[in-house]
Design a protein around this ligand. Structure first.
Ligand SMILES: CC(C)(COP(=O)(O)OP(=O)(O)OC[C@H]1O[C@@H](n2cnc3c(N)ncnc32)[C@H](O)[C@@H]1OP(=O)(O)O)[C@@H](O)C(=O)NCCC(=O)NCCS
Length: 191
């Protein structure tokens, strides 16, 4: 797992060294309206981060996570993650959060596009999944703009603030990602 650089962001792998920075961000307000963010103690969170796999490839099962750091302020403003499931399906689920004070500036979109590229370039995963509650307009828009297809609504597919909620399931297949990349490269060459 490596650091990923974008125009305005540095995506720093979460390790034992910076786990407490992420833990502090996870205590911020307005992160739990649409998603379930676990409330671990500092010690429990540190233990979990320590137990995560270190190398990212499609055979490494578990959670891979990056701190989203704004280049301009050097401030950590959120996180982005990939969770590779243990079903041997060659898929991973992407997740992200940006603290409320830094939303609406395209940071989550910039981070998500970079991690989608990273996931397909550095592994042989064949599909990325995502989900969000129907009311999460920013997340739905982000996923659509990153090339994900809205597949279906799953009734009571998640628990948010202790209650079952419907979720919209999204998928991005490797071949669709390759097609979009090829098209973008052709357009940029034609300019
Ligand atoms: C979802 C979230 C990560 C988006 O972060 P962000 O940095 O504000 O997102 P972006 O600025 O990249 O915006 C993504 C798109 O949504 C649009 N958008 C942003 N806020 C919006 C809102 N409140 N309503 C509707 N659309 C919105 C943006 O215009 C952008 O679309 P565009 O590319 O066509 O302009 C952020 O709102 C968040 O952390 N929410 C709480 C945690 C959460 O819900 N995480 C996702 C769980 S699935």
């Amino acid at each position: 797992m490596r650091r990923v650089d974008t125009e305005r962001l540095v995506l720093e792998p979460v390790t034992s060294a910076n786990a407490m920075t992420l833990w502090r961000i996870m205590q911020s307000a307005h992160l739990r309206e649409y998603q379930d963010v676990p409330r671990h103690t500092k010690d429990e969170f540190a233990r979990r981060v320590d137990a995560r796999p270190k190398a990212f490839d499609s055979r490494s099962i578990g959670r891979f996570e990056w701190l989203v750091v704004a280049r301009a302020s050097q401030q950590a403003i959120g996180w982005i993650s990939l969770r590779v499931g243990d079903g041997g399906r060659g898929t991973a689920e992407i997740g992200y959060s940006i603290v409320a004070t830094h939303r609406g500036s395209g940071f989550a979109s910039e981070a998500a596009r970079a991690i989608v590229d990273y996931a397909f370039e550095e592994s042989d995963l064949h599909q990325l999944d995502a989900c969000c509650v129907p009311a999460n307009a920013a997340s739905r828009r982000l996923l659509a703009r990153a090339g994900f297809d809205e597949i279906r609504v799953q009734r009571s597919g998640a628990i948010v603030r202790g209650r079952p909620v419907d979720i919209v399931i999204f998928e991005l297949h490797r071949d669709a990602w390759v097609r979009a990349k090829t098209l973008a490269a052709k357009k940029s060459a034609a300019r």
